[in-house]
Write a protein that binds this ligand. Structure first.
Ligand SMILES: [Zn+2]
Length: 737
């Protein structure tokens, strides 16, 4: 069972979010699928009921950063983590929960974020099941409460309500789930264990049985063609590693150690359930890590994938014939033929070196490692799917890994999983009940105003040639504004959930879902995408830029007191939602997005000179972040990872400041405070460390402080002088735009 998640968005674009539970512009986990990813941003990656294993196991999925919210739930307390803040630079990491106490405060001129949010940071409590807390979570709560109503409102009728209510009921049906238990997966587990030759392994990997119950060593999924992004294509990419990032196999981080521990406990529990002894499980784990370590040599790391050059490097069109030539040992071609992928005229191989490596490693000699990989990744993922005992164990393990101390309520987990699969069903009902045409018009106008401000911004920068400026403006004015709700929806009648009353079970619902998803994906091969249908889950607490159709997506899941209310003052609207809109627009022109043209196709429209000037400015920002230290172990940031998001934050604020400059009596203090408050956040150390390794957004105290320090309006508003912590001399500033 592939346990797929049907967020097409993610399938197609791979959102950018944070990983491991965290997240920033999306949800957790950064699996940057290269340039085509949707950039999400708002910065939130909220925990969901989905497990990392689910996402990992999804062999169809092209990866979404957004989705792999690894650990789901968590909350945590940090007592017991006395931090040495003296090594943190340039400000203390006030997003670590417990760091801010009554006596820890800063002058507004020295640490604006800490000063503005002091009381909030000091008093914030983690919600049950969450490793992080932020005012923006109120947006997720608003959506959650409304969706929980939909899930239990028996007066709702129609296909959408029926599907989500049926699925939700089956998820919560512990009695039924316990009755199903682990039995259905035992034959598959036994089959893997019995394999004694590579030939048998190959036969299993290309079989329907494996498509239903297992994972394979390559991920094949649906995506959009980078050179003509109206066309679907099949994307082949490396499979997940249990430590999530290939860099972990060279140098294990603290986060990697936590993941390894969680993997071990998952294996002890689940492989024990299918009959392995402790000694056998130890051997599986060892064999798997040994094999993954060899495979990791050929896979790009999270950091490498954040290199703007990865966008083009990961575009490698291949034919089925090429695949047979490149991978004569590993049966990728046969897998694709049997599954149905091979009928696609367009196939892309993300990392050719990886396939070469996999093919070389696919030998009789490595058979035990390969078996261990399949066993762990397939069976381990069922921990959150089978019965209640397994689920509680899964909760315990993931809570520990993320520093969370309290379980998320089952109803919330069930809701989260339901929405993950049927987001459009919720979206359609939500639109009818809670959204208005006025709201859509207001947000559309704010987006249009921001686009117009960018036009002026491009005129004001002196390092762009006329030629590039013209192209930039062309892309800007062709940008599609997806605000609040779509006018056209996907036909999803293929997805059916048999209710408990009709004899449905949770496991069967998942199997049916996966089967429908496969049919759905295969039916799209060799066709074009309908761009009027949105790819995002509009109820997600986030905002996105999609380079593949040059659209900004400003969705209602992001709206709450801290981000947008129709009765907010103009200054607050600009400082909060407005700056996020400006941020999204910037992704069209950042080091990754700039490689796509106005139509969403990979196509360089920069002159070499201008792109070099742009890169030089971006490098200054990278160098700045390389010196930032957010934890008391002195480990520095990796500037490359956060460059596009940091650039976007600054451009977003600048765009709003340009709009502000035209308004008499604009209250800048109100504006900057609204921005700093929107980014208020605390979380466990575990969560924050995972974020720094895999989220492409800077931690929130940096998002606020570093961004504001770039602007004269900020300096003037608070009368900053050299020596103030928030003062950055004009020659030291790092804003690209
Ligand atoms: Zn972003």
């Amino acid at each position: 069972m592939t346990r797929l998640n049907k967020k097409f968005l993610s399938v197609i674009m791979s959102i950018s979010l944070i990983s491991a539970t965290v997240t920033g512009c999306g949800k957790a986990n950064t699996e940057t699928a290269g340039g085509g990813d949707v950039q999400s941003d708002a910065a939130l990656e909220l925990p969901t009921a989905e497990t990392k294993d689910e996402a990992e196991a999804a062999s169809l999925e092209v990866t979404s950063e957004a989705e792999e919210n690894t650990q789901e739930s968590e909350t945590g307390d940090t007592s017991g983590h006395p931090m040495d803040s003296s090594v943190m630079t340039p400000w203390i990491n006030s997003t670590i929960i417990g760091m801010v106490t009554e006596d820890v405060n800063a002058d507004l001129k020295d640490d604006f974020y800490l000063n503005v949010n002091h009381d909030w940071l000091m008093n914030a409590k983690l919600r049950p099941g969450y490793p992080t807390e932020l005012p923006l979570l109120d947006a997720a709560d608003i959506v959650k409460d409304r969706c929980l109503d939909m899930l239990t409102d028996t007066s709702l009728t129609g296909e959408d309500a029926e599907k989500i209510q049926n699925y939700y009921e089956l998820w919560l049906d512990w009695e039924g789930r316990n009755e199903t238990g682990i039995d259905p997966i035992l034959p598959y587990a036994q089959k893997v264990r019995n394999i004694s030759s590579l030939d048998e392994m190959s036969k299993l990997l290309v079989s329907e049985e494996n498509f239903t119950w297992g994972v394979s060593l390559a991920r094949v999924g649906l995506s959009l063609n980078r050179e003509n992004s109206t066309l679907y294509e099949v994307q082949i990419s490396p499979t997940e590693l249990s430590l999530q990032d290939s860099a972990e196999y060279k140098e294990l981080t603290e986060n990697g150690k936590r993941t390894q521990k969680a993997n071990k406990e998952t294996a002890y529990y689940m492989l024990g359930r299918v009959g392995l002894s402790e000694t056998e499980i130890d051997k599986v784990l060892q064999d798997m890590y040994d094999f993954e370590a060899k495979l990791a040599e050929y896979e790009k790391s999270v950091l490498e994938k954040s290199d703007p050059a990865y966008v083009t490097a990961s575009v490698n069109p291949v034919t089925m014939k090429d695949i047979k030539t490149l991978s004569p040992n590993y049966p990728l071609a046969e897998y694709m033929e049997n599954y149905g992928w091979s009928k696609s005229k367009l196939i892309n191989l993300g990392e050719p070196e990886w396939l070469t490596g996999l093919n070389e490693l696919y030998t009789e000699e490595n058979l035990e490692g390969i078996k261990a990989y399949i066993l762990f990744h397939s069976i381990g993922a069922y921990i959150s799917i089978i019965d209640e005992e397994a689920y509680r164990e899964y909760q315990r393990i993931s809570n520990e890994a993320s520093g969370t101390t309290e379980n998320m309520p089952d109803t919330e987990l069930a809701y989260s999983d339901t929405r993950g699969r049927f987001s459009n069903c919720f979206g359609r009902i939500y639109k009818e009940k809670y959204l208005t045409e006025e709201m859509k018009q207001e947000i559309t106008k704010l987006c249009q105003d921001a686009i117009d401000a960018y036009d002026e911004m491009f005129d004001s920068v002196d390092w762009l040639s006329e030629e590039t400026r013209k192209e930039a403006k062309n892309k800007l004015h062709k940008m599609k504004i997806n605000a609040v709700y779509p006018d056209k929806w996907e036909d999803e009648s293929i997805y059916v959930v048999k209710s408990k009353e009709e004899g449905g079970t949770f496991l069967q619902a998942l199997l049916d879902y996966d089967a429908a998803l496969r049919k759905d994906y295969l039916s799209r091969l060799n066709t074009t995408i309908d761009r009027d249908i949105w790819l995002v889950d509009m109820l997600e607490t986030n905002a996105f830029y999609n380079p593949l159709d040059n659209s900004i997506n400003i969705i209602p899941g992001f709206f709450c007191d801290a981000s947008y209310r129709s009765d907010m003052s103009l200054e607050e609207k600009y400082g909060a939602l407005g700056s996020v809109i400006g941020h999204e627009i910037s992704h069209a022109f950042d080091t990754s997005g700039a490689q796509f043209d106005a139509e969403g196709n990979l196509n360089n429209w920069w002159t070499d000179e201008d792109y070099a000037a742009f890169k030089e400015r971006a490098n200054k920002l990278v160098a700045y972040y390389d010196k930032v230290v957010a934890f008391d172990d002195g480990t520095a940031y990796k500037g490359q990872l956060v460059q596009t998001e940091a650039i976007a934050d600054m451009a977003g604020l600048k765009c709003m400041l340009m709009m502000a400059s035209k308004i008499d009596g604009f209250d800048y203090d109100k504006f900057f405070r609204a921005n700093a408050y929107m980014w208020a956040r605390v979380g466990t150390v575990e969560y924050m460390e995972a974020a720094v390794l895999s989220d492409n957004h800077p931690l929130h105290y940096l998002r606020a402080n570093v961004t504001m320090a770039q602007f004269d309006e900020f300096v003037d508003c608070y009368d900053l002088k050299e020596g103030d912590g928030m003062y950055m001399a004009p020659e030291d500033r790092i804003a690209v735009w």
